[in-house]
Design a protein around this ligand. Structure first.
Ligand code: ATP
Length: 201
């Protein structure tokens, strides 16, 4: 079974992923894969350089992500082009890794996909699990973690689908409004339940 783990910014996906890794469940992180597929030598990298030119490279030939970010921020067509190159490569690599884990005998694989709903990627997973934090706690944790002002944090939260909207779409909602120990308890009971259900099948 492939589980799509998602949430809003700073609701606790990374914290939950760590828990799953510690319990022997493979976690495939979409953000890490998105960085790996644009490394020099990879197909997506070659396509990006062919389209945007060598001026978007650092001296060591790696992508200058800041410069690329500025270019696509100001140009919708170029942004779409970049997505058209990167997104399929990320999806393909995630699927490949998931298959490898499942073939190796793991009953579950977690795909950590922050924008699972926004990017309409639910077709890639069998179940969606949402790490949910009430909006006021989400704001507070984001400000604390990244040192943002309230305004900066709010603008980042508001650039995503509201967490309460995601709650309506998710198969399973994992509450993260208390302590980390409480989150771990919620995750543990979900894991136990899922393992039991899976062994019945
Ligand atoms: P992002 O989308 O930005 O990658 P995330 O969903 O991965 O964020 P985390 O980084 O796991 O979220 O958590 C956000 C912050 O809140 C971190 O500083 C984390 O340590 C803290 N945090 C997470 N859960 C709790 C909790 N239950 N109690 C207190 N702090 C928490």
């Amino acid at each position: 079974m492939i589980i799509g783990l998602t949430g809003g910014i700073a609701t606790g996906k990374t914290t939950a992923s760590l828990f799953f890794s510690e319990h022997g469940i493979p976690v495939i992180d979409a953000d890490i894969i998105a960085r790996e597929v644009v490394m020099p030598g990879k197909e997506a990298y070659e396509k990006i350089v062919a389209f945007f030119g060598t001026e978007i490279l650092h001296a060591d030939k790696t992508l200058n992500r800041v410069q690329l970010g500025e270019i696509i921020f100001n140009d919708t067509e170029k942004r779409l082009m970049l997505n058209k190159i990167v997104h399929p490569a990320v999806r393909l690599e995630m699927k490949k890794q998931a298959e490898q884990y499942l073939n190796a005998g793991h009953p579950f694989v977690i795909m950590d996909i922050p924008l699972l709903f926004e990017s309409k990627l639910t077709h890639m997973v069998d179940q969606t699990w949402l790490i949910y934090t009430k909006p006021d706690i989400q704001l507070k944790r984001l400000m604390e973690r990244d040192g943002y002002s309230e305004k900066q944090a709010l603008s980042r939260i508001q650039s995503q689908m509201p967490i309460d909207e995601k709650k309506k779409l998710a198969d399973i909602v994992i509450e993260n409004n208390g302590t980390k120990a409480q989150l771990y308890e919620n995750l543990m009971s979900l894991l136990t339940k899922t393992r039991k259900t899976d062994s019945i099948k």
